[in-house]
Design a binder for this molecule. Structure first.
Ligand SMILES: NC(=O)c1ccc[n+]([C@@H]2O[C@H](COP(=O)([O-])OP(=O)(O)OC[C@H]3O[C@@H](n4cnc5c(N)ncnc54)[C@H](O)[C@@H]3O)[C@@H](O)[C@H]2O)c1
Ligand SMILES: CC(C)C1=CC=C(C(=O)O)[C@@H](O)[C@H]1O
Length: 241
């Protein structure tokens, strides 16, 4: 039977690339978007053209009730997932004294609370499958190193690493691995406001990464070959440290 993987925020960027790569790997997909269903439908069509199935869920990952309701209804209708990629995320950059409270809350509620809101309803159905499973979260070089202008984002992304490692310990004996991918600067809409020429000075590879290069790491962690890898953070960042 074909296994199913949920990728949050899969209408564009890294999430889209991950969904397409996982479809090429042979999984059926549960795509997810907050509201822009046109882009998600385009990804759905690309996946169906690859011969795999894809359905689309819509919810705001910072909305605990909505996330739980939509996810539990999908699991009830189609069964528990083999894999989950917690990819959706936002940044609202500013020097710390200038971060308004609402941008602190938005970034923490989306990136860090999103971990709980998406995974909490899904874990017990995955455990009850009594089969191997895979969870991959998305942190950032900012979560590992801390980054100027990203105190809110760095806090949330560091929190994701801690949460990922702790959940990995809880689920290891259930054969469910939990790992994190930490990208550096990747060519997506998220970089629209980032001064890329400045950033280039700190990237040894001297180029931005491609969403497909992050998707390749996610693909490996999702695979059967990665069954003995858990509680790890894999950086995809051109050598930034
Ligand atoms: N692009 C980079 O350089 C970079 C670097 C490190 C980490 N990341 C991380 O990778 C992940 C993907 O980023 P990307 O570069 O593809 O960005 P992106 O902005 O292109 O995509 C982010 C996706 O998340 C969705 N999303 C955001 N908030 C949401 C919410 N509240 N509810 C539902 N969906 C929501 C967006 O709609 C979008 O589809 C993010 O977690 C990001 O923090 C990106
Ligand atoms: C280092 C800096 C230019 C940077 C790191 C990580 C990002 C991310 O989206 O995770 C970027 O926003 C960027 O600020």
């Amino acid at each position: 039977m074909t296994e199913t993987v949920l990728v949050t925020g899969s209408s564009r960027g890294i999430g889209r690339a991950a969904a397409l790569r996982l479809a090429q790997d042979g999984y059926d997909l549960v795509l997810h978007c907050r509201k822009e269903s046109g882009q998600a439908e385009a990804v759905q069509q690309e996946i169906e053209a690859l011969g795999r199935q894809a359905r689309i869920l819509q919810f705001d990952i910072s909305d605990r009730e909505q996330a739980s309701e939509v996810l539990l209804a999908d699991v009830e209708a189609h069964g528990a997932y083999y894999g989950v990629v917690c990819n959706a995320g936002v940044a609202r950059d500013n020097a710390f004294p200038a971060i308004p409270g609402e941008d602190w809350d938005l970034v923490l509620r989306t990136n860090l609370d999103g971990f709980y809101n998406v995974l909490n309803p899904l874990i017990m159905p995955m455990v009850r499958r009594r089969k191997p499973g895979r969870i991959v979260t998305l942190s950032s070089v900012s979560g590992i190193n801390g980054n100027r202008g990203q105190v809110n984002y760095s806090a949330a992304k560091a929190g994701i690493i801690g949460a990922t490692k702790a959940l990995a310990v809880e689920l290891a004996k259930r054969r469910i691995t939990v790992n994190c991918v930490a990208p550096g600067l990747i060519e997506t809409d998220m970089l629209d406001d980032v001064p890329v020429e400045e950033a280039m000075k700190i990237i040894p590879s001297q180029r931005l990464g491609k969403p497909e290069e992050v998707a390749a790491a996610i693909s490996f962690l999702m695979s059967g070959d990665a069954g003995y890898i858990t509680r790890q953070v894999i950086s995809v960042n051109g050598g930034m440290c």
